[in-house]
Design a protein around this ligand. Structure first.
Ligand SMILES: *[C@@H]1O[C@H](CO)[C@@H](O)[C@H](O)[C@H]1NC(C)=O
Ligand SMILES: *[C@@H]1O[C@H](CO)[C@@H](O)[C@H](O)[C@H]1NC(C)=O
Length: 167
């Protein structure tokens, strides 16, 4: 005869094993989901472009972002963090990455969106490198699962250029 304690213990161990199996199946099945997110990013206006008194360049721009990230969502997805970064090279750094905008997408219904906004975070270069500068706009995302590993990816949009003159 097993004591009540022993049986309870066996049941708990068994349930925990099942939970562990389900969790690993959940994150494993995520590996079979090949997401195909899309994004269009347009700079619809340069609001102003200045050299600050301390010599750093700052630009304010208006962005038109439309994206469909619905395919990132599976039943195991808790939420998705997205941020849009301006990326460019300077003589000092091979990669300068400046976050311009970000958002947390709580569900698949919100993952197809369109937003027309000026940059939420300041676009400042530590120097005066921005005139006529070519840059990329990269939409980065981090998928936070309910269980398993977080994963990240991005869409790079190339061929943007800042104005030649301050304005
Ligand atoms: C923003 O982009 C969408 C689609 O990419 C386009 O239909 C819309 O006209 C654009 N809006 C502005 C204000 O540029
Ligand atoms: C923009 O992205 C392309 C493709 O990933 C890369 O080859 C290029 O170096 C990037 N340009 C800048 C200015 O970072």
């Amino acid at each position: 005869m097993h004591s009540f304690g022993q049986r309870a213990n066996a049941i708990i161990t068994f349930s925990l094993t099942i939970v562990a199996v389900i969790c690993s199946l959940a994150s494993f099945s995520d590996n079979f989901n090949t997401p195909s997110p899309t994004a269009e990013i347009e700079v619809s206006n340069f609001n102003w472009f200045q050299k600050q008194r301390n010599g750093n360049d700052e630009v304010s721009l208006t962005l038109n972002i439309s994206a469909d990230l619905q395919s990132l969502f599976t039943w195991n997805t808790k939420q998705v963090f997205v941020f849009l970064a301006a990326e460019y090279e300077t003589p000092q750094n091979a990669l300068n990455q400046i976050s311009l905008w970000d958002a947390i997408i709580p569900s698949k219904e919100h993952a197809k969106f369109w937003i027309h906004t000026s940059n939420k975070y300041r676009f400042i270069d530590q120097g005066s490198n921005l005139r006529g500068k070519e840059y990329n706009l990269t939409l980065h995302w981090h998928v936070m699962p309910k269980t398993g590993k977080m994963f990240a990816d991005k869409i790079v949009k190339t061929g943007y250029r800042l104005p030649e003159e301050y304005r």
